[in-house]
Design a protein around this ligand. Structure first.
Ligand code: ADP
Ligand code: ASP
Ligand code: MG
Length: 419
């Protein structure tokens, strides 16, 4: 008997039939003797629908009210799932984030979980109940409803698993694990049995939306046993305990891994870049450009600086596409003040990244990446590297071509087993 936190994403609870299927699955785990805490997302499309409603009233609605609205999606699902469980004779109770005291800071729309009081949950678990918690939401210390950022139900699940010291946190989604890259872009992408926590963190940070970044951070901090699985596959109880061999396990021990050179390819379509040209090259110039950008709350990703033949500097950096206009306006002001020649912008770019702990001990990965892209006539705009990743920025029209070419060049596709 184990204590398992199970999170079901939007597609998995996208219709009443699917909610009934999820209830059947949870019943199987209960019949198997496991204690279950469930976290659910809003039904698929619901959060987007609520965002559209809000924006039809105000393009930039007040953050507090926005959270009150967005959190309603998950409240529908907890109630429906609890009804479906109770109908099956599985005692269940639904709770909003606030009701189980998921305390967050007050950064509306992107709040961080500070604390979870587990005693209420424990009390109900002890009575044999399944606890169904609304993902993606909490309350700040003044009782205001907060939300945790898109994909935030993953973080609710991991945080609950950490607070309850659960045996496993299972993230059920519409794919059966973490793949070498998004299987929607590369159909022959391969499911990974395991991925290191560090690699998963890079993949999530670099755009693989299968897990929210904060969920991975949280799992790493509290060593939460984390597994990504499909909500459409039958649970497999023949293994040591509860479906342990299915899906992808996020592992904290690198040594036991078969060290692949590259574990995965992540990509991010939310990129934009800005260039300020002909800036006088003198100490403090980087600060005078990036300082005002930072002050306007725009996060900067990659940075390149070149000294031109005339001794002036060209400075290029990338930002989230949503911040493109704001950053461009700030930069135009800066350009005026510095006497720079020109400001240029491009919001039709994407970032493609290779991720793998194997990179630490192997040279030549960057050159192979650049050669592969050159063979497809894909021009690289920006490059950045760290110990376990290499990222390039390219024109958005080359995203699929680039990812597929790299996936095959690094031999990541499914191995055909000969009979
Ligand atoms: P949920 O609604 O269950 O939270 P998400 O849409 O947030 O589901 O995440 C699952 C999706 O993540 C998949 O359908 C897939 O298209 C996408 N994805 C992106 N990168 C990967 C990857 N490397 N492995 C698996 N899925 C990925
Ligand atoms: N419903 C929220 C979203 O769509 C949270 C989640 O699904 O994890 O982003
Ligand atoms: Mg998700």
């Amino acid at each position: 008997m184990a204590l398992i936190v199970q999170k079901f994403g939007g597609t998995s609870v996208g219709t009443v039939e699917r909610i009934e299927n999820v209830a059947d699955r949870i019943k199987k785990f209960r019949d198997h003797g496991d204690d279950i805490v469930v976290v659910v997302s809003a039904m698929s499309g619901e959060t987007n629908r609520l965002i559209t409603l809000a924006q039809s009233i105000d393009e930039k609605p007040e953050a507090r009210e926005y959270d009150v609205l967005l959190s309603t999606g998950e409240q529908v699902t907890i109630a429906l799932l609890s009804m479906a469980l109770n109908k099956r004779g599985v005692m269940a109770r639904s709770y909003t984030g606030g009701q189980v005291h998921i305390l967050t800071d007050n950064a509306h729309n992107k709040a961080r979980i500070l604390n979870i009081e587990e005693k209420h949950i424990r009390k109900n678990l002890d009575k044999g109940k399944v606890i169904v918690v609304a993902g993606f939401q909490g309350v700040d210390e003044d009782g205001n409803i907060t939300t945790l950022g898109r994909g935030g139900s993953d973080t609710t699940a991991v945080a609950l698993a950490a607070a309850l010291k659960a045996d496993e946190c299972q993230i059920y989604t519409d794919v059966d694990g973490v793949y070498t890259t998004d299987p929607r872009v590369v159909p022959d992408a391969r499911r990974l049995d395991k991925i290191t926590f560090e690699e998963m963190l890079e993949m999530a940070s670099l755009g693989s939306k299968v897990l929210q970044i904060r969920a991975v951070e949280f799992a790493g901090k509290y060593n939460v046993p984390l597994r990504v699985l499909s909500s459409f596959d039958e649970p497999d109880f023949n293994q040591d305990s509860s479906a342990k061999k299915q899906g992808t396990l996020i592992t904290y021990e690198e040594d036991e891994m078969e060290q692949a050179l590259i574990s995965g390819i992540a990509f991010n379509r939310d990129e934009a870049k800005l260039t300020i040209q002909g800036v006088p090259d003198k100490p403090g110039v980087a600060y005078s450009i990036l300082g005002p950008i930072g002050e306007s709350n725009v996060e900067i990703d990659m940075i390149i600086q070149n000294i031109g033949a005339d001794g002036t500097t060209d400075f290029t950096f990338s930002v989230h596409r949503n911040d493109f206009e704001l950053a461009q306006n700030v930069l135009k002001k800066v350009a005026n003040e510095l006497g720079a020649r020109e400001v240029k912008g491009d919001d039709k770019i994407v970032k493609i990244s290779l991720v793998g702990v194997g990179m630490r001990s192997h040279a030549g990965i960057a050159s192979k990446m650049f050669k592969t892209l050159a063979e497809e006539s894909i021009n690289i705009d920006m490059i950045s590297t760290s110990e376990i990743k290499i990222s390039v920025v390219v024109d958005e029209k080359y995203l699929e071509l680039g990812v597929r070419a790299l996936h095959s060049a690094f031999g990541l596709e499914q191995k055909i087993v000969e009979q």
